[in-house]
Ligand binder design. Structure first.
Ligand code: GTQ
Ligand code: FE2
Length: 325
């Protein structure tokens, strides 16, 4: 191209709309009056679908991967719960990804840091299994919830004979959309750490939050909820739910995207005409703008992770079409 990027386009010569539309192509513009797809619409168009993944399958696949995938070369031995929609190979719901991860006994997953915020819930842990966050060893016991916020170095280490299994949650799909992705490995591979801190603010111990949840008041018959934090992550929250056996809990649709994990118990989620029968360790994707019902067949403890704080911050949190703040 010379100094002018394109020749002058003679819009005055357009005799009809198709001719005008064609001329617009020369100046890299699109008409806004006859778009094939509307840019604004009356309510959310959800492309992500509700989905369910079984821990039984994930565990067997990760155990097999233990023979085939080494943490010397793989950053993480993890399985991504990609929402089963065409063209998607990562996000579980639009802003969040959930993944199962395993480390073998006496194995380490090297330290790194990244701009996505991350959190884990331990499915199978041990007293001498740790996430190392900024040089501190944080115990990973079953049910524990651990934070590794934006920019904190973190690696995983088993000083146990047992395999460790957990679920990771990251806001990486959101970071990919917005752009500010940074990732860096630690210069020491696994960050050196001596000190164990079971009371780190980055750890919500199962032994501490479970009784606190059970002592809290019911918000609906048979339903108790407890939001964990501070500390908070900017983009997603964590709420533990207890449903007494036989409870049916209907949830209105909202603009928040959610991933559920079953900490204990069994039940059914009914959504969009489907039934997902879940048990301990399973994951469920509940994208925004789907109403759903949780039925507990035994006492059940669930973790609900959602981008509600992000939507609230942006003033886009709505429940069932009302302007709920
Ligand atoms: O453990 O640091 O599942 O960085 C995806 C990205 C886990 C982790 C994942 C990660 C991690
Ligand atoms: Fe990470």
């Amino acid at each position: 191209m010379s100094q002018t990027e394109h020749a002058e386009v003679d819009f005055a010569s357009a005799q009809d709309l198709p001719a005008l539309h064609e001329l617009l192509e020369h100046v890299q513009m699109k008409n806004g009056w006859a778009k094939p797809t509307p840019s604004l619409y009356p309510q959310p168009k959800q492309v992500f679908v509700p989905a369910h993944w079984r821990y039984r399958d994930a565990r067997a696949a990760l155990h097999a991967a233990g023979r085939l995938v080494g943490t010397e070369w793989a950053e993480r031995r993890n399985l991504i719960m990609a929402n089963p929609i065409p063209g998607n190979d990562y996000a579980t719901v639009r802003t969040l990804v959930g993944a199962y991860q395993m480390i073998k006994g006496h194995e380490a997953a090297r330290s790194h840091r990244h701009t996505p915020n991350a959190m884990r819930i331990v499915l199978e842990g041990a007293p001498n299994m740790y996430t190392v966050v900024d040089g501190v060893k944080i115990p990973m016991l079953a049910g524990d919830i651990l934070l590794t916020p934006n920019g904190c170095y973190h690696g995983h280490l088993s000083e146990s004979d047992q395999e460790g299994y957990w679920i990771d949650f990251l806001d990486a799909p959101l970071v990919q959309h917005l752009g500010p992705m940074f990732f860096e490995v630690h210069p020491d591979t696994l960050e050196r750490a001596e000190r164990v801190d079971a009371r780190s603010p980055m750890r919500f111990a199962y032994a501490e939050y479970r009784p606190r949840l059970l002592e809290s008041a019911e918000i609906a018959p048979g339903v108790r909820t407890l939001e964990l934090g501070p500390p908070q992550l900017v983009t997603f929250d964590r709420v533990v739910l207890h449903l007494a056996a036989g409870t049916q809990w209907s949830c209105a649709r909202s603009t928040a995207n959610r991933i559920f994990t079953v900490i204990e118990g069994e039940g059914v989620t009914r959504v969009a005409g489907r039934e997902f029968h879940w048990r301990t360790g399973d994951m469920l994707a509940l994208p925004s703008w789907y109403e759903y019902r949780l039925d507990a067949s035994s006492d059940a403890l669930l973790l609900r992770v959602s981008d509600e704080p992000l939507l609230r911050m942006l003033d886009w949190y709505r429940v069932d079409g009302t302007a709920t703040q």
